[in-house]
Ligand binder design. Structure first.
Ligand code: ATP
Ligand code: MG
Length: 543
């Protein structure tokens, strides 16, 4: 069953016998790291492969001889593999430069392309507008033989950069401006990372892309909406360059936009280059490597892309939508541990010695395992779990009140010790007899359960509380000025010893606090954890 309009088109193509197998492709430009917008395109293209038992290629769109680098190529492959996708063929668009050249020659021979000497400014000035037709170049009806030999001269370096172009001969009066004799090739002396100095002419994207697709026998070339107006040109190129049928078919889908984030490699690169963030993999970045480092599981990203779906109109998705996919995933998969962010010492006056308690790792796991958590006369609880002047219906700890320590005992608060300023510095409590978790026969009913750590046996960690990298948009401010310097806050936290065995990338639910993931960084010998997502949807103030 088709789940979106693209799958409907594909199923129709099968039904009408137009195709025997789907072949899609993911065509990133290797000029930066992939972000979650790319994940949407990946999920779509590799989703078609999986659903229709087809093929999907990875193709680097390197037709522009620019600052593309190996670093990006490696990172892109790592990210795609992390999402769990496997490409069938790996290509570089530049591998098709010879094919593109001969396609251009074919067009000239058919009288469908001509060499022109207009500059970029002249082209713009003569293109016309939506209401007026363009002006035909004086070279438009140049004899085929002349264009052929000039085009060869272009290739052989006889012209200066920007002085000669090859143009398609379509229709200067077309209501679609893309069809008004678009440029096919330009002269450009630039060293290309793959082809070196072999070429001094480079094809335009609109010409190159359909030829790459047709060369790989792509059946459905899925791209974002801004290419909709280019589709007639795409079709014109594949039809006139004599490719074997079935010809590739371009289908456009909506961009993925997420509130409070900017999905653009160029912008993300500026953040990196200007040192606003720790790098492409800063855990606040919407890059796939940043999200991975933050602790967002690949499955949650795929789930999110699937739920957002494929639409024909652009829209912006709330960030909370992604968060809820992450939360749902981690609720099932992350082990629970206890951590105290703002420690308040509790002395258990009637408890002597120490013991190792068995505490559940994850109540949602298929097989529920336990770990040992040490317990002794002195523990820490979170300051926010005690109130000297409790509000009504307060279920946490107060003087003369009870609370259950998770996985341990019920305690009774006998006394709050304050300093001269009135600040509570210690609680003296007593353990309720026979109240041990799992074998509680005390008969004492408590509503509150709080986390704690053994004050004589814990580990210190550094938690990075991460929040939105961008401050709300007023529409005008330069994106870089919208960078939120408070988006990363460091807190020293007391956590249970079990975390000393954690590996980089391990994700935990810090009970009642949120989900956290162990970072690769170690700061002054202390392990660093990134906040992944809160336990509940955060309260959103009215705009
Ligand atoms: P950027 O502006 O971030 O560089 P791009 O579209 O130029 O993005 P490409 O490397 O050309 O990046 O993109 C590879 C593929 O990913 C393209 O097919 C593109 O349409 C798709 N893609 C990129 N960003 C998004 C997005 N936000 N939503 C959906 N698809 C996207
Ligand atoms: Mg791009």
């Amino acid at each position: 069953m088709a789940e979106n309009f693209i799958e409907e088109i594909i199923e129709n193509d099968f039904a009408e016998g137009k195709i025997e197998q789907t072949i899609t492709r993911f065509p990133p430009e290797p000029n930066g790291y992939l972000h979650i917008g790319h994940a949407k395109s990946l999920c779509l293209n590799f989703g078609v492969k999986a659903k229709y038992n087809g093929r999907c290629n990875l193709r680097y769109d390197d037709t522009n001889p620019t600052k593309e680098s190996e670093e990006y190529v490696d990172a892109i492959e790592q990210d795609i593999k992390w999402l769990g996708f496997e490409w069938d063929e790996l290509h570089f668009a530049s591998d098709y430069f010879d094919t593109m050249y001969s396609c251009a020659v074919t067009l000239i021979k058919k009288g469908l392309a001509y060499v022109d000497d207009m500059t970029a400014e002249e082209i713009n000035a003569t293109r016309g507008t939506f209401t007026t037709p363009g002006i035909e170049s004086k070279n438009r009806n140049r004899p085929i033989e002349e264009s052929l030999s000039l085009f060869e001269d272009m290739k052989n370096g006889k012209f200066q950069d920007g002085t000669m172009i090859l143009r398609a001969k379509i229709d200067m009066a077309s209501p679609n401006l893309n069809m008004r004799d678009p440029v096919i090739y330009r002269v450009l002396r630039a060293n290309h990372q793959h082809t070196g100095d072999k070429w001094c002419i480079y094809p335009m994207y609109d010409f190159a892309h359909p030829i790459e697709d047709a060369s790989e026998r792509i059946t459905h070339s899925l791209c974002t909406l801004e290419f909709e107006d280019h589709r007639p040109l795409y079709n014109w190129y594949v039809e006139n360059c004599d490719f074997e049928k079935p010809l590739p078919r371009q289908i456009e889908f909506a961009w993925l936009n997420i509130e409070g984030t900017v999905l653009s490699k160029r912008f993300l690169k500026r953040l990196v280059e200007e040192g606003k963030v720790m790098g492409w993999d800063d855990p606040r970045m919407p890059t796939l490597c940043g999200m991975r480092r933050r602790g967002i599981p690949a499955d949650a990203i795929k789930d999110f892309c699937h739920r957002v779906g494929i639409a024909k109109a652009n829209s912006t998705v709330e960030a909370e939508y992604l968060d809820s996919c992450v939360r749902e995933n981690l609720n099932q998969t992350a082990n629970r541990v206890m951590a105290v962010f703002d420690p308040l010492k509790v002395v258990l006056t009637n408890y002597e010695g120490k013991e190792d308690l068995d505490v559940e790792d994850n109540p949602n796991a298929e097989v529920v395992t336990t770990r040992k958590v040490s317990f002794s006369k002195e523990i820490y609880i979170d300051r926010s779990d005690f109130a000297l002047v409790p509000p009504p219906k307060y279920h946490r700890l107060k003087v003369d009140g009870y609370v259950r320590l998770k996985g341990a005992y019920i305690i009774h608060c006998d006394e709050a010790v304050t300093d001269e300023s009135g600040k509570v510095v210690q609680l003296n409590c007593s353990v309720v007899e026979n109240s041990k978790s799992g074998s509680d026969t005390s008969g004492v009913k408590v509503k509150g359960v709080i986390q704690w750590v053994d004050a004589n046996n814990y580990t210190k960690i550094l938690v990075r509380e991460l929040s939105n990298m961008l401050i709300e948009d007023d529409g005008e401010t330069d994106l870089l000025d919208r960078f939120n310097p408070d988006s990363l806050k460091e807190i020293s936290v007391c956590a249970e010893k079990a975390l000393e065995n954690a590996q980089v990338g391990d994700k935990f639910q810090f009970m009642r606090m949120g989900y956290y993931c162990k970072d690769k960084d170690v700061q002054n010998g202390v392990d660093v954890y990134n906040s992944v997502v809160g336990l509940k949807a955060s309260f959103k103030p009215q705009k």
